[in-house]
Design a binder for this molecule. Structure first.
Ligand code: GTQ
Length: 345
């Protein structure tokens, strides 16, 4: 007596056969009929008092030569292996260079920004152009430019590094190379905007802190109370800071409460000055509130409602770095405010 093979058994056997040949049918994919981003990122808040203490201790424990770069990196617990990052596309770290130290010359395909927090008398050389690093300055080291840092002053310098390492590692396309000497030759020294802020390709490589603040304060004078006051670090032709990341500085007026927003970009924030509150996941069951102070850092996950409030009597300045250009280049950038979302329904 023979038993008939059930069609279901035949399909299961077929699926196994496919699997053995490193193949799979679409019917095994389990795609949902509705999908929107559900961020893996945890909303995060690091206090400067803690960051600063850890940075100081790293200076006691490890030399720049041993460390390569002496940075303390912001890690998001929502990202689990093979490596952890600040967001899935971007990494932010705090770098300390002690008096007399040189962080030696190298280049990599990763695009990087430096935003100076404290100190001075330090130069970052980018393809032969040596930029003075003063608090509030933003300096670019675009992908594949040679760069090294030297602290010629008597005091430590601390700055923020922002890089697209996670994105480039995910694409498995990154290259890194050491220079043949600790430092590259210097062709030109740039200390002020008057010295010229352009790299050899005509894009801006250097934004002085006071200039950015000046432009924000001018914007604040003419903006409607409900209009956000934001400066975007863009090149003269409108291109974003770097192909994979956009830096912005937002001025929050005393008492200002921003309209809740969400966008497919994930943001990493550094409080330049002021005190306030950021609420993440507004109205949801995981609503989180961070009370921030000057120099704290935060992560606002992608596609997550958030709102900033200035609780002080002075203006507050929020520096941020996000992956908006990457999403835009793929047609994936979307943003909503609470009002536009309500109107659309
Ligand atoms: O200072 O050149 O945080 O190459 C990571 C990679 C800093 C740097 C980082 C780097 C640097």
């Amino acid at each position: 007596m023979t038993t008939a093979i059930e069609p279901q058994d035949a399909l299961a056997a077929f699926d196994q056969e496919l699997q053995r040949s490193s193949l799979q049918g679409h019917w095994k994919m389990e795609l949902p009929s509705f999908l929107e981003p559900k961020s893996r990122l945890h909303p995060m808040h690091w206090r400067w008092s803690q960051l600063h203490e850890f940075l100081r201790r790293s200076g006691d424990l490890i030399s720049v030569n041993e460390a390569g770069r002496r940075t303390v990196q912001l890690m998001n617990p929502g990202i689990t292996g093979p490596r952890q990052w600040t967001t899935h596309n971007l990494q932010m770290s705090f770098q300390l260079v002690l008096p007399g130290e040189v962080a030696t010359a190298h280049r990599h395909t990763m695009n990087a920004i430096r935003f100076v927090i404290s100190g001075g008398g330090t130069y970052t050389t980018v393809d032969g152009e040596s930029f003075l690093m003063e608090p509030g300055d933003l300096i670019l080291t675009p992908g594949w430019t040679w760069h090294d840092h030297i602290n010629e002053s008597e005091e430590p310098i601390v700055w923020i590094d922002g890089l697209d390492v996670p994105l480039q590692f995910a694409m498995n396309a990154a290259f890194i190379e050491e220079f043949s000497a600790p430092q590259q030759p210097v062709k030109r020294i740039v200390r002020t905007a008057a010295d010229g802020t352009e790299g050899p390709d005509g894009s801006t490589w250097y934004w002085k802190g006071p200039d950015a603040e000046e432009r924000l304060k001018k914007l604040a004078k003419t903006a409607r109370p409900d209009e956000p006051v934001v400066f975007e670090y863009r090149h003269p032709d409108g291109r974003p800071t770097l192909p994979t990341l956009l830096c912005t500085m937002q001025l929050l007026r005393p008492g200002e409460v921003t309209t809740p927003r969400r966008h497919t970009a994930a943001g990493i924030y550094h409080v330049v000055s002021g005190t306030g509150v950021t609420t993440i996941g507004l109205g949801g069951n995981a609503e989180t509130t961070f009370e921030w102070q000057s120099r704290d850092a935060m992560v606002v996950p992608n596609w997550t409602w958030h709102q900033h409030q200035n609780r002080g009597s002075e203006v507050a300045l929020l520096f941020s770095m996000n992956d908006q250009p990457t999403l835009e280049s793929m047609g994936l950038y979307r943003q909503e405010t609470r009002e536009t979302a309500a109107a659309a329904r």
